[in-house]
Ligand binder design. Structure first.
Ligand code: URA
Length: 209
């Protein structure tokens, strides 16, 4: 097989989690920018929030604002996500927010399969350490990875699935929903209602009204 943009490095096996999220973050940062195809990125965007959060949001990949600041969801889509979190009766620092990819793809293109394969053990390591009661997959790439399906987000959204950790017996409910950037582009009563319905199901799993 020809080497992909991430070289011929095998996707990593389960990452060490002994040192907690901080150690995992340092290990991920040491690999930045991870793939030749991500060499234009300037910052590693690992994720942030409560390391014991009940709820984890997983997006696709950092954009320009995230790349500039080294933090996830801080641009327009991030402000929409903040509104969603508030509407759920939560504060941003009470949840954990991260992405499938930890570096910005050029021009914000969709992550390549090689890039996703490279980053998957890091995301799984984060989830294994945080052990939330529920995960929200924001958009297609996160939903497809966590639910191990080829189906698109329009088919998937609104139906609670399960993330099964391939390296342990940990399994966590996953709600696939539209990405906040999609919501911004399609700010219709229908799409807003669908996202809110999805978040209400998430709040139900968390035992909140
Ligand atoms: N879109 C994402 O998927 N993640 C971010 O962090 C920002 C925008």
């Amino acid at each position: 097989m020809p080497a992909g943009p991430c070289g011929d490095a095998e996707p990593q096996a389960a990452v060490p989690v002994a040192g907690g999220l901080d150690a995992l973050k340092r290990a991920v940062e040491a690999e930045f920018p991870f793939c030749e195809s991500l060499a234009g990125a300037t910052a590693c965007v690992f994720g942030e929030g409560d390391p014991t959060a009940d709820l984890v949001f997983v997006g696709e990949a950092p954009g320009a604002d995230e790349d500039r600041l080294g933090r996830p969801f801080v641009g327009a889509a991030g402000r929409k996500l903040d509104e969603i979190i508030k509407a759920m009766g939560l504060e941003r620092d009470e949840v954990y927010i991260c992405n499938v990819l930890k570096a910005r793809p050029p021009g914000n293109r969709t992550p390549l399969p090689d890039e996703v394969a490279q980053a998957t053990p890091w995301l799984y390591g984060q989830l294994r350490l945080i052990r939330p009661s529920v995960i929200v997959a924001l958009g297609g790439p996160a939903a497809k990875l966590l639910l191990q399906t080829g189906q698109g987000i329009t088919r998937l959204r609104g139906r609670m699935g399960v993330w099964q950790d391939p390296d342990s017996d940990l399994s966590i409910p996953v709600m696939p929903t539209f990405h906040p950037a999609y919501l911004l582009r399609n700010y219709t009563p229908e799409v807003r209602g669908q996202v809110w319905q999805d978040m209400q199901a998430v709040m139900g799993v968390m035992g909140r009204d």
